[in-house]
Ligand binder design. Structure first.
Ligand SMILES: *[C@@H]1O[C@H](CO)[C@@H](O)[C@H](O)[C@H]1NC(C)=O
Ligand SMILES: *[C@@H]1O[C@H](CO)[C@@H](O)[C@H](O)[C@H]1NC(C)=O
Ligand SMILES: *[C@@H]1O[C@H](CO)[C@@H](O)[C@H](O)[C@H]1NC(C)=O
Ligand SMILES: *[C@@H]1O[C@H](CO)[C@@H](O)[C@H](O)[C@H]1NC(C)=O
Ligand SMILES: *[C@@H]1O[C@H](CO)[C@@H](O)[C@H](O)[C@H]1NC(C)=O
Ligand SMILES: *[C@@H]1O[C@H](CO)[C@@H](O)[C@H](O)[C@H]1NC(C)=O
Length: 486
């Protein structure tokens, strides 16, 4: 073989070895690289027709003074028709015709203007009898979208905490800080750390928000969110769902993803200095390694759990150790504390049902591509997860979950706008397009466990007739797959 050919051959072998090696140490590598197809760029042809819609909307210049106000980009969209299941209409809003958000470079960032966008004076709020909700969101981009999420869940009794990625553009950081300055029930913490899609430092951001929110009175549950999570329930529905959960934490969990934890670290509570006061905790609990589970960052925790996480235990060492993991490092802390029932976190569950396959969490709905873009109604995938588009609005209005991951404003803003209009209608117009199924929430296994596990003679039954599949089938909701196959 001539020298150049031999070198080329060597390079080829090296490349193949590298790729195989990466995929062994990091099983998600191949999946993510091979099918992610989200492109945030908008080509010129699309830009022109979106601008035409915007110009038409601005020319009309006669915005209705009542009801939900859509942006110029999306003013032509009839969310009611989409919600009503008009398939031929909805088909005209997808593919090349999707409407992304066009950033408003002239956005008025004065306090009165911000307040007026988030809670205009003409909106009447009914008091939340069982208490407000705390929202903790880690953000890095798309200010106008974030502000919209704040509007969608705003209520005078709710409180909001944001942690902002240090490496975000200055404009984004200063706009976020404006929210802290202008809004009484919004805390925006200083941007002191960086986050990434592997989850680094996320648990630290969550802890900082818990510390900031705990002194605020009036909330019973905290909801942890990331940048592109969209809540699909109105504030009154959220209040009811949390009332039905009755104090249990709602945390996704599954077997620990192999190869995540770096070896050589000690995971027993004693070594991690987990319990601030070790008297009263048995030696067995103190010295046995924590059983580690994986899950997701998005979760709902009771106020009592937050108080425990801040005051009764010290999670700093656990956070530091999990943060050494290369990918998904933020997804182990809460599930592990939740299932190690002997630690006594308020609202905990148990790992005594290893084969349980009923609904584990109703906080987050995610559609996994599982290696095939045809699994996604939108045919668009980012980090292995389907992006949600306008064609799914009707289904989203009926799911039992609190939020979906993910909707991206530069991909499809119509679904975000129509979700906002839907929640507006439910909140302020008393629209009843969806009835919460109380029984479904009450019969969730972690809910019944929480309610009864201290009863004398309590027997945990790990099977449930209450499956997510049944829930969706009875209501003709086609949402598959909801489970990650890895
Ligand atoms: C919201 O309510 C308005 C007024 O009743 C209606 O025209 C619109 O279709 C509704 N939209 C949604 C998404 O429910
Ligand atoms: C911004 O909004 C405030 C309050 O609505 C208004 O007084 C002010 O004139 C606006 N600024 C600009 C530049 O439009
Ligand atoms: C530590 O816990 C024990 C037993 O639960 C309790 O009696 C004691 O007061 C606690 N100490 C402090 C400093 O809280
Ligand atoms: C978490 O991990 C990231 C990435 O390795 C690192 O930059 C950061 O300093 C770590 N944070 C802490 C508190 O150890
Ligand atoms: C456990 O629950 C299932 C479903 O509700 C029921 O069919 C079964 O009889 C229960 N098992 C026991 C031991 O109670
Ligand atoms: C589900 O679809 C079937 C067949 O199309 C229909 O008969 C049934 O009424 C639908 N159920 C609901 C709850 O919409």
């Amino acid at each position: 073989m001539p020298e150049t050919q031999r070198n080329a051959w060597k390079l080829f072998v090296l490349a193949v070895c590298c790729i195989s090696f990466l995929s062994i140490i990091h099983p998600v590598f191949i999946m993510y690289v091979s099918i992610d197809n989200f492109d945030p760029n908008i080509d010129d042809k699309r830009r022109i027709f979106i601008y035409e819609y915007m110009i038409d909307a601005l020319r009309k210049n006669s915005l209705p003074s009542e009801g939900y106000q859509k942006r110029p980009e999306t003013q032509h969209i009839d969310c009611g028709r989409v919600l009503g299941g008009d398939k031929s209409y909805t088909e005209k809003l997808i593919g090349e015709n999707r409407i992304p958000l066009i950033q408003n470079n002239l956005l008025n960032m004065s306090c009165p203007a911000i307040q007026n966008r988030i809670h205009p004076k003409n909106r009447n709020f009914i008091p939340l009898k069982s208490g407000g909700i705390a929202f903790a969101r880690i953000v890095y981009t798309d200010y106008e979208f974030i502000e919209k999420q704040l509007e969608m869940s705003w209520h005078p009794q709710n409180v909001f905490c944001f942690t902002v990625d240090k490496k975000s553009p200055n404009e984004f950081i200063s706009r976020m800080q404006k929210l802290d300055e202008c809004m009484e029930n919004v805390i925006v913490l200083p941007a002191t750390e960086s986050y990434d899609s592997s989850g680094h430092n996320m648990n630290i951001g969550q802890k900082r928000c818990m510390e900031a929110l705990l002194p605020k009175a009036g909330w019973n549950y905290i909801l942890f969110l990331q940048n592109f999570d969209v809540i699909v329930k109105s504030v009154y529905e959220l209040e009811r769902i949390y009332e039905l959960l009755g104090g249990v934490n709602d945390i996704h969990y599954c077997k620990e993803v192999q190869g995540r934890r770096v070896p050589g670290l000690r995971w027993d509570p004693k070594s991690m200095h987990l319990f601030r006061n070790e008297s009263g905790i048995s030696d067995k609990v103190l010295n046995s390694p924590m059983r580690v589970f994986s899950g997701s960052e998005q979760a709902s925790l009771s106020r009592a759990a937050v108080k425990w996480l801040i005051e009764d235990v010290d999670i700093n060492i656990a956070i530091k150790q999990f943060n050494k993991t290369a990918y998904g490092c933020d997804e182990q802390l809460f599930p592990s504390l939740q299932l190690n029932y002997e630690y006594g976190m308020p609202g905990h569950f148990t790992d005594q049902c290893p084969d349980y396959d009923g609904p584990k969490q109703i906080t987050r709905m995610t559609q996994w591509a599982n290696g095939n873009i045809n699994n996604c109604p939108s045919q668009i995938v980012r980090h292995g997860i389907c992006l949600i588009g306008i064609e799914q609005l009707e289904e989203l209005s009926k799911i039992p979950h609190i939020m979906v991951n993910k909707m991206i404003p530069t991909f499809d803003y119509s679904v975000i706008e129509c979700t906002a209009e839907l929640l507006y209608n439910r909140t302020f117009l008393g629209q009843k397009d969806h009835q919460l199924d109380d029984q479904f929430y009450e019969e969730l296994l972690h809910v019944t466990y929480h309610k009864h596990h201290n009863d004398p003679g309590y027997q945990l039954n790990c099977t449930t007739p209450n499956t997510m599949e049944n829930y969706l089938r009875i209501r003709n909701i086609s949402l598959v797959p909801l489970v990650r196959s890895d």
